[in-house]
Design a protein around this ligand. Structure first.
Ligand SMILES: NC(=O)c1ccc[n+]([C@@H]2O[C@H](COP(=O)([O-])OP(=O)(O)OC[C@H]3O[C@@H](n4cnc5c(N)ncnc54)[C@H](O)[C@@H]3O)[C@@H](O)[C@H]2O)c1
Length: 475
């Protein structure tokens, strides 16, 4: 169907719609209060909306209602407490209460990689949409925010048609999400764009009303938030296309790092030099241990799987290479560790038994506690499997890391982690590690050897302090 006005902000006059609840602005719910949904629920209350967050995880909901953010996200704690106190925000495990509250329901549940392949597991989307639809008693808009394969919104629309009373006229829209953990509060309150896939003017009007708080905030700060209004398929594709592009950029520079390693070049200087070209730009051009987390790896795999189903698999074959380049950086650190420690590699890989290695970092990037598909933790596990005695410290990710890879030794601070280490590996670029004093750490270790897998340390400073320093993609 043709959308009335594909456009960017400023938008043409949008039909003013009255929220079905009769409230002056739409009452909103967020189904799934993980990294995405909890941040949204809290930030939307901050914007003045009446918000209800729903989850099937009773512990998470109890924590949120008690004013405790279950994840580490800078700035979120204070906003949670303030908005709970203001009475605009509550959390529930009751789907009937959720259905009753909302005019606009945002679906924020997980879409992890399927256990049996590369595609996305949509069972959480199905469960949340089905139970919500069954409990709706008036018209509402269900908006998908989870990252999904193209075609999911149409399927969700069918699910809603099947499970909600037909006379209610419940509608569906899709609005992909681009927030970055570590910057999530600002990304939600000050998004660089909003993308919506809609089929009707009513849905468009409701979505506009559901974002008006963001537009009003932008106006007070003399900013504009571009809004792209499009069809379902394009809205779904925007998200995975953006992630595919970002993953490709990271793997591109990591491929250059591989070539630099073979040729004796320095990828950090190469990146700086090519990044001055405005057509290339210097963002996401930091060679290192590569991408991880709960989005990029699974999203590029699900994108390939879906393209294959659609008969367009060849168009995305390069993403397979992007994935492989990314994963090769992890084994590169293992082999570099063996090289620095003077260990030979056999057919089963290097033997690091009898060595003690400090791993600094467990999360997939700084300023989060998220260790899902974290390169740092994957490398720590590889080093352990090769026989090393691995001691890990991370400023925020210890609890999650311990749960994910219990066989490693976790230390309360940097000093404890590096004590008596033969090798220190900096695997996540936390400020605490970047700013560590190499002379002080040098007094604690058994051998002054460091792998800077994020190229985030001052190599001259570490070398002057007597460390044998190795960065990825550097001589
Ligand atoms: N984390 C990010 O930075 C980010 C950014 C953009 C997009 N996304 C996308 O957002 C989605 C959610 O990601 P996340 O990182 O917040 O995941 P998450 O695992 O942190 O949160 C998912 C939540 O959904 C809940 N849930 C599961 N089944 C449910 C059901 N039937 N009803 C209600 N809640 C249910 C879980 O208990 C969990 O709290 C994914 O599709 C992801 O790709 C995430």
């Amino acid at each position: 169907m043709t959308i009335p006005y594909p456009n960017t902000q400023p938008m043409p006059a949008i039909a003013a719609v009255t929220p079905p609840s009769g409230a002056s602005r739409p009452r909103v719910t967020f189904l799934g209060t993980g990294y995405l949904g909890a941040t949204y629920a809290i930030c939307y209350a901050e914007l003045g909306y009446e918000v209800l967050g729903y989850d099937v995880d009773a512990d998470k909901i109890a924590k949120l209602n008690a004013g405790e953010v279950p994840i580490h996200e800078p700035g979120l704690d204070e906003l949670l407490r303030r908005n709970l106190a203001a009475g605009r925000l509550r959390f529930s495990t009751d789907i009937a209460e959720t259905a009753e509250h909302g005019d606009v329901h945002f679906i924020c549940v997980g879409t992890p990689q399927r256990a049996d392949g590369m595609g996305a597991d949509l069972s959480y989307v199905e469960a949340s949409v089905t139970s919500l639809a069954q409990h709706l008693t008036r018209k509402a808009l269900i908006v998908g925010k989870s990252t999904v394969p193209v075609g999911t919104a149409e399927w969700v629309e069918q699910l809603v048609g099947k499970h909600s009373p037909a006379d209610l006229g419940v509608e569906v829209a899709w609005s992909p999400e681009f927030l970055q953990e570590g910057f999530a509060v600002d990304d939600v309150l000050r998004p660089n764009r909003i993308v919506v896939g809609v089929k009707s003017e009513w849905a468009n009007g409701m979505l506009y009303a559901a974002h008006k708080g963001l537009f009003d905030l932008a106006a007070t700060e003399d900013r504009e938030v571009p809004m792209v209004v499009t069809d379902f398929a394009t809205a779904e594709l925007v998200k995975v296309a953006a992630n595919a592009f970002l993953a490709t950029k990271i793997s591109f520079i990591n491929a250059m790092a591989e070539v630099c390693e073979a040729a004796g070049g320095d990828v950090t200087q190469l990146a700086r030099a090519i990044g001055y070209d405005p057509r290339i730009g210097n963002r996401f051009l930091q060679a290192g241990l590569g991408f991880g987390g709960a989005c990029l790896p699974k999203d590029i795999r699900a994108f390939q799987a879906r393209a294959q189903e659609l008969g367009a698999g060849e168009a995305l074959r390069f993403l397979h290479e992007v994935d492989l380049i990314n994963l090769r950086r992890r084994t590169r650190v293992l082999h570099l560790a063996a090289e620095l420690l003077g260990r030979r590699s056999g057919p089963a890989g290097p033997d690091l038994s009898g060595t003690r290695i400090a791993v600094l970092g467990a999360t997939f990037k700084p300023n989060t506690d998220d260790v899902r598909d974290a390169p740092a933790l994957a490398v720590a596990a590889l080093l352990h499997k090769a026989g090393a005695d691995v001691h890990v410290h991370d400023p925020q990710g210890m609890e999650n890391a311990r749960r994910a890879v219990p066989e490693l030794t976790y230390e309360p601070g940097i000093n404890e982690a590096v004590a008596d280490a033969d090798l220190v590996c900096v695997l996540t670029e936390w400020a605490e590690f970047r700013n560590a004093d190499p002379s002080l750490l040098g007094d604690l270790v058994a051998g002054r050897r460091v792998i800077d897998a994020r190229n985030c340390l001052d190599s001259a400073l570490w070398t002057q302090a007597g460390w044998e320093y190795r960065g990825l993609g550097r001589p």
